[in-house]
Write a protein that binds this ligand. Structure first.
Ligand SMILES: C[S@@+](CC[C@H](N)C(=O)[O-])C[C@H]1O[C@@H](n2cnc3c(N)ncnc32)[C@H](O)[C@@H]1O
Length: 226
């Protein structure tokens, strides 16, 4: 596989996701052997402490999987899915007609301070050019006592990592573009979960618990804004 370095700029990231949007769901199924569906469902089901009519924001919503699961789990809540890729949002809107999707950059959110009871971000923070800026925005828009759920790659053991690498390589060779080379690059550059938890704390997001899946390939952390 081509191992060239892909520069991480907002324009490049936006372009990559606009490009893969039509195949994003299908590729996720292949890379995860369909397990991402179960993991996302389990992560949303584990959220217990929000009120029925909560205001919820799903950042980097992509094709809207998490937003849709949240709507199912909390039907009376007011859910917004936000992303800066129009093409991903197009798929999200087509799939989930009752959810409100907006184009927004999570480094500069168009929402008021202390306005959400729950903010989720799934496989998103890793793609931003500044984790600090994104977390500062997340903390700003969350109400004190509000919940932050972060989901992404975790601290996988080396055998699980190898299987994952081979599946991504398969997709990259099949599609012949940079997107899945970038995926491996961004995964390798992403901090381990313990470091992420320290970063969350620096933004007033107090770690409560984590849930690890598929031999640690995926990890979710649950925090409370203090
Ligand atoms: C890997 S996808 C994750 C999609 C979805 N959350 C999921 O779990 O399947 C990452 C998404 O983050 C979005 N994204 C990356 N940087 C962003 C930013 N700064 N602001 C808003 N969206 C961003 C991309 O457009 C893409 O849709």
């Amino acid at each position: 596989m081509n191992h060239k370095y892909i520069e991480k700029t907002p324009e490049k990231i936006q372009h990559l996701f606009n490009l893969i949007a039509p195949h994003y769901d299908q590729n996720n199924d292949i890379i995860s052997l369909f397990l991402h569906r179960f993991v996302k469902k389990s992560i949303v089901e584990a959220i217990t402490e929000v009120t029925e009519q909560a205001k919820i924001l799903d950042l980097c919503t992509g094709t809207g999987d998490i937003a849709a699961l949240l709507k199912k789990r909390f039907p009376l809540s007011d859910i917004t899915g936000a992303d800066f890729s129009d093409e991903m949002l197009k798929v999200a809107k087509r799939k989930h007609k009752t959810i409100n999707f907006v184009n927004a950059d999570c480094l500069k959110l168009p929402f008021e301070d202390n306005s959400f009871d729950l903010v989720t971000i799934s496989f998103g923070l890793r793609n931003t050019v500044s984790f600090d800026k994104a977390l500062s925005e997340i903390s700003r828009v969350l109400k004190p006592g509000g919940i932050f759920v972060h989901l992404d790659f975790g601290d996988a053991n080396k055998h699980a990592d190898r299987v994952f690498y081979e599946l991504v390589k398969f997709i990259a060779e099949l599609q012949g573009d940079d997107c899945y080379v970038y995926l491996l690059q961004s995964k390798n550059e992403f901090p381990p979960v313990e470091k992420l938890i320290e970063l969350f704390a620096r933004h007033g997001l107090k770690y409560e618990q984590r849930r690890d899946y598929i031999f640690g390939i995926i990890s979710a952390q649950y925090c409370i804004k203090i």
